[in-house]
Design a protein around this ligand. Structure first.
Ligand SMILES: [Zn+2]
Length: 194
């Protein structure tokens, strides 16, 4: 694997594993009498606990993907234990910083020549820039702040999401409404001179 992709690995896996664990927790909480016996429930519960501990250990020393890891780690158990909130592709993009953001597209995906934002004069377009700063989403951001409060650091946003179904839905809506094309339009290419 290309080294430049490694910094995003923990964050990426974290999102996938956390959503998968959420499904498992639901199964355990609402076992079907036809599919889960008590011993089976206990076995799965302990396996889940063990996996949670391993993840907490791993996330204690993340190799990178720090933005996501630091935001989710303090609420990892509540995140997995919640009874609301689903992950969408666009929500995961904002949480992980991967996808349609200039910094990722330029430095990781190699699909754009610069890291700049297509919507304002910001030189480095990131997920956090979209959440906190980019004027293109000022209207949607007002709705977001009304739900989760003025602190739009990822840690504060994730905490609000985990604590409240309404906050989760508003953040998800922001990520959807603040929508960018996954495949951005072709970036203007510099003129090739003979
Ligand atoms: Zn911008």
């Amino acid at each position: 694997m290309d080294d430049c992709r490694m910094p995003y690995l923990d964050a990426d896996i974290l999102c996938v594993v956390a959503s998968w664990m959420f499904v498992l927790m639901r199964m355990i909480r609402q076992p079907s009498p036809h599919t889960l016996h008590k011993e089976e429930e206990e076995r799965k519960f302990h396996a889940l606990q063990s996996m949670t501990e391993k993840w907490k250990e791993r996330l204690a020393e993340p190799t990178a993907g720090l933005r996501t890891v630091e935001a989710v780690r303090p609420v990892l158990e509540d995140w997995m234990d919640r009874r609301h909130g689903s992950l969408t592709f666009r929500l995961v993009q904002v949480l992980s910083g991967q996808g349609c953001f200039g910094k990722y597209l330029c430095r990781i995906a190699g699909r754009e020549p610069t890291t700049r934002c297509h919507h304002c004069s910001c030189d480095v377009d990131t997920a956090q820039h979209t959440l906190e700063e980019c004027p293109a989403w000022a209207r949607q951001r007002r709705v977001l702040i009304a739900a989760v409060g003025p602190d739009l650091s990822l840690s504060a946003v994730v905490k609000a999401m985990v604590e409240s179904d309404r906050s989760w839905k508003v953040v998800k809506s922001f990520c959807g409404e603040g929508e960018r094309e996954i495949l951005r339009p072709p970036y203007p290419q510099p003129e090739i001179r003979a």
